[in-house]
Structure formats: structure tokens, C-alpha cells
Design a protein around this ligand. Structure first.
Ligand code: CMC
Length: 444
């Protein structure tokens, strides 16, 4: 225990977990330290498992593996609890501005007024892009998916901002963090403008984060654009609800990429690529496509049967979660918001929303969904709100990426500062051929 690094000993319970392995009739018992968490189950420290026992563990999808220590976000799937630095997602979503939550995730404490203002100033000076970077967009086809543009342009930031690539320098890490958070809405809005052939709109720094994004998305140089406050409030909430979510696929991707000391822009680009998949951030787009395909309430049973049919690859998009097994607290906040937003933007009796509610009602009474604990997740409602506020379908996952950048950056910084951190290098269970005789091509 004494040889362990500082951050472990803080959490050590001074207790050991005992395991007995029997191989070839010989029984051996090994002990491994038990570590506590502030919240959540105890953790067995198996770092010495292989050297002590010669065994590896097999855990595809990391269902039982904690890949790191973190003090940023806590999720309890049974209770439907999501906390950022100890604050509930409901409180944050209902009372905060997005940059307030960004500060909390980055620095661990909720900012006071002057800290908030200073932070906002630090961010907004970086909202513009290097002019040469803007030329980068011309290399994409007009019909490129905006997520493809995001992966490319965010990765390219490392070719433009050489003064924020040195990971060992805390000031450079800070600068890279500001740049990523500030530039992401600009990069995202430009991806959209490019796809519709409209001129890029420069940021307006007197606007709040979500407002500025709406301005860059929807304003045109030829007329005066006023941001709709209700829409901006809804978007602010959506950004907060997507800001971080513990060690999900894209965050783990960012951490793994960063563990090799890759630069922060490259790491965040890798997170965007991972988020794109329909099992992760791409689900909000997939939900809308699915609702359109279902089309009318009468067809819901047909699609539910398909979702239950193991020979059919179709899954009910926006349903299910690796961790949440009762409800997704983000979905609860968004469901409430849905009514409010649809009313405020004058889209009462939205047929897709009605269809979504009916689908939810029927699925939640279905034995298959009850037994497997499948509930609507955050993507089920976010798509409907985004559609109601005029965000095009192909931009849904992009908005998720804009918001999640704050989480990725916070988790990346935490990893870099962690004394226990080392390059991520999972092992495998090899099931290929054992070593065999090689014959030159003429002899085969
Ligand atoms: N529709 C039908 N069956 C489902 C669904 C679904 N949406 N989700 C899970 N199942 C079934 C699955 O077939 C499996 O059945 P069985 O035990 O008979 O093999 C069981 O439920 C457990 O599912 P799993 O795939 O082992 O669970 P997982 O934790 O690996 O996957 C998930 C979680 C979110 C990828 C999955 O539920 C899914 O594909 N949902 C639809 C896509 C979606 O909405 N994704 C957004 C997730 S939330 C936002 C985010 O994190 O990005």
C-alpha cells in the first residue's frame, strides 16, 4: 500500500478483496486493495492482477471497469442521478448560464459573479477563427455532413494555434481550453452556413454563448437578426444537459487519445468522431429520422415489434442507456422543456412530439422494455426541441459536440494533471491462430 501514489491512498479503504483462483487443481488466493468512492460502489484495484496472478481480465465495453479516477461528474443509473461537481443536473439546467456550468466543470466550483464575468471575457476573446482556417471549409463538398467538417476543422486547429500545444505548460493548456470552448460554436455554425451556401457570420461577443451560436447560424448580412430569447433559453438548457456525462465513449476516446500526450485539438477531434455514431451522439438525429419513418401512431406497434425482434437490427432510437436503468434525468428536464418550447415558438400540436409521446407511452407499458429497463434517454426529446427551434437535422449531433466540448476539455485537463496517469493501453483476449510455419509465395 505504501508504494501507491498519493491519489490512491486518499481513497484507500485499507481493506483487501480476496480472490481464490483454481487452476489445474491448485488453489491460490490473492488480495487486492479496495478503494472507496465519494459516491457509488467500492472499487477493486486490480492493477497488479497480471503481475501477481498471470491472469488478465476480459471486459468488452468496460461494463465493470473504472478506467480512471475523476471528480467531475457522477451518474447513478438506478436512482437517475446526474451530478456535476456535486450539483444536480436539474438545478444547473434550470438556473445556470452555460458558461457558468463550463466554469464549474473546468475548475470544480460554481463561479461567483465576478469569476463568471472574467471567465466570459476570457472565452469571448477567442470566438473568432484564424482567417486562413476559414479557407479550410472550401475543401469540403457542399453536401458534406457537418460532423465530417467538425472532425476536420477541429483537428486542423492544431495547425493554427502553435502556442497552445505544449501539454506540460499549464498556461498553454488553459489557452487551448479557452480556444476550444470559444471556437466550437463558430466552427459549427460555419459548417452549417457552408452547407447552405450562405456567407459565414462572425461572432458577436456582446451575446451570450447560446445566443451567439444562434446568431452565427441564422443571421444574414442583408438583414437585422434578433435572437429569440425563448429559443436561446432552450438552447442554453440543451447545452447544459449535454455538457458532460462521465466516462462515456467520446470522453473515453478523448482521454485515450490524450494519454499519449497528443495535442488537445487532436484529442477533441477524436471525441467528435466517436460522438458521431448513432449509438452515442448521433442518436438525436436518428430519433427524428425514426419518428418520420413511423409517421403515424397506428404504425407504432409495428416498429416496437421490430425493435424487439433479435433478427432485425432496428433499435428504438432514443431508448436505453448503459448506465440509466430507471430514467435519464436529462430526458425528464427536456420533456418538461418540450412543452414550454413548442408553445413559445408557436408549434402547438407538433405531430412528431405527439407521436413521440405516444411511442413513449406504449413502449413503457411493454414487457420487453420494462424487463430490459429501457427508458427514453436525453436524445429522445432533444431532437424534437431542436427541430422546433429551427435547427436542421444534420446539425443535431454537432450541437451535442459543441456542448460536450466543455466536458471533454475538463476531463482531458483532469487526466493530464493526474499523477497516476499513464498511456492507455488495454490488453486483449487473443483468439487468432497460434504461431505457424511461413512458406514463401511460390511454395503455397
Ligand atoms: N431498442 C431495442 N432494444 C434495445 C434497445 C433499444 N433502443 N437498447 C437496448 N436494447 C436491448 C438490447 O438488444 C439488449 O437485449 P438482450 O439483452 O436481449 O441482448 C438489452 O436491451 C441490453 O442492451 P445493450 O445493447 O446490451 O445495452 P448497452 O448498454 O450496450 O447499450 C445503448 C446502450 C444506448 C447503446 C442502447 O440502449 C442503444 O443502442 N440505444 C439506442 C441508441 C440511443 O438512443 N443512444 C443514445 C444513448 S444516450 C446519449 C449518449 O450517450 O450519447
Amino acid at each position: 500500500m505504501s508504494s501507491q501514489k498519493k491519489s490512491d491512498s486518499i481513497a484507500s479503504l485499507d481493506q483487501m478483496a480476496k480472490f481464490t483462483f483454481t487452476k489445474n487443481g491448485i488453489e491460490q488466493t490473492f488480495e487486492f486493495p479496495l478503494l472507496s468512492q465519494t459516491l457509488g460502489p467500492e472499487v477493486i484495484d486490480i492493477r497488479e492482477l497480471y503481475t501477481k496472478t498471470g491472469y488478465l481480465t476480459y471486459d468488452p465495453g468496460f461494463t465493470s471497469t473504472a478506467s480512471c479516477e475523476s471528480s467531475i461528474t457522477f451518474v447513478d443509473g438506478e436512482q437517475g442521478l446526474l451530478l456535476h461537481r456535486g450539483y444536480s443536473i436539474q438545478d444547473l439546467a434550470n438556473h445556470c448560464d452555460f458558461l457558468e456550468v463550463a466554469y464549474l466543470l473546468l475548475y470544480g466550483e460554481i463561479p461567483n459573479q465576478s469569476q463568471h464575468e472574467k471567465f466570459e471575457e476570457n472565452i469571448i476573446v477567442h470566438t473568432m477563427l484564424h482567417e486562413q482556417l476559414i479557407n479550410f471549409y472550401q475543401g469540403f463538398r457542399r453536401d458534406a455532413h457537418p460532423m465530417a467538417i467538425m472532425v476536420g476543422v477541429v483537428g486542423a486547429l492544431s495547425a493554427f494555434y502553435h502556442d497552445s500545444l505544449d501539454l506540460k505548460d499549464p498556461e498553454q493548456r488553459e489557452l487551448a481550453s479557452y480556444r476550444l470552448i470559444a471556437k466550437m460554436p463558430s466552427i459549427a455554425a460555419m459548417a452549417y452556413k457552408y452547407s447552405v451556401g450562405q456567407p459565414f457570420m462572425y461572432p458577436r461577443n456582446e451575446l451570450k454563448y447560446a445566443e451567439n451560436f444562434l446568431h452565427m447560424m441564422f443571421a444574414l448580412p442583408s438583414y437585422d437578426y434578433q435572437v429569440n430569447k425563448t429559443v436561446a433559453r432552450a438552447l442554453n438548457k440543451i447545452f447544459i444537459l449535454h455538457a458532460d456525462h462521465e466516462q462515456n465513449a467520446s470522453t473515453s476516446t478523448v482521454r485515450l487519445a490524450g494519454s499519449s500526450a497528443a495535442n488537445p485539438f487532436a484529442c477533441i477531434a477524436s471525441g467528435i468522431a466517436s460522438l458521431w455514431g448513432p449509438a452515442h451522439g448521433g442518436a438525436n438525429e436518428a430519433v427524428l429520422n425514426m419518428l418520420k419513418e413511423i409517421g403515424k401512431k397506428e404504425r407504432i406497434p409495428e416498429f416496437l415489434n421490430r425493435a424487439k425482434d433479435k433478427t432485425d437490427p432496428f433499435r428504438l432510437m432514443g431508448f436505453g442507456h448503459r448506465i440509466y436503468k430507471n430514467f435519464d434525468p436529462r430526458a425528464v428536464v427536456l420533456k418538461e422543456s418540450c412543452h414550454e418550447v413548442l408553445e413559445a415558438v408557436g408549434v402547438k400540436n407538433n405531430p412528431l412530439f405527439e407521436l413521440a409521446l405516444e411511442l413513449e407511452r406504449i413502449a413503457l407499458q411493454d414487457d420487453y422494455f420494462i424487463e430490459k429497463k429501457l427508458f427514453p434517454n436525453v436524445d429522445f426529446y432533444s431532437g424534437i426541441i431542436l427541430q422546433a427551434i429551427g435547427i436542421p437535422l444534420s446539425m443535431f449531433t454537432v450541437l451535442f459536440a459543441v456542448a460536450r466540448t466543455v466536458g471533454w476539455v475538463s476531463q482531458w485537463r483532469e487526466m493530464i494533471a493526474d499523477p497516476v496517469q499513464k498511456i492507455g493501453r488495454p490488453r486483449q483476449r487473443y483468439i487468432g491462430p497460434s504461431q505457424r510455419q511461413f512458406n514463401p509465395v511460390k511454395e503455397r
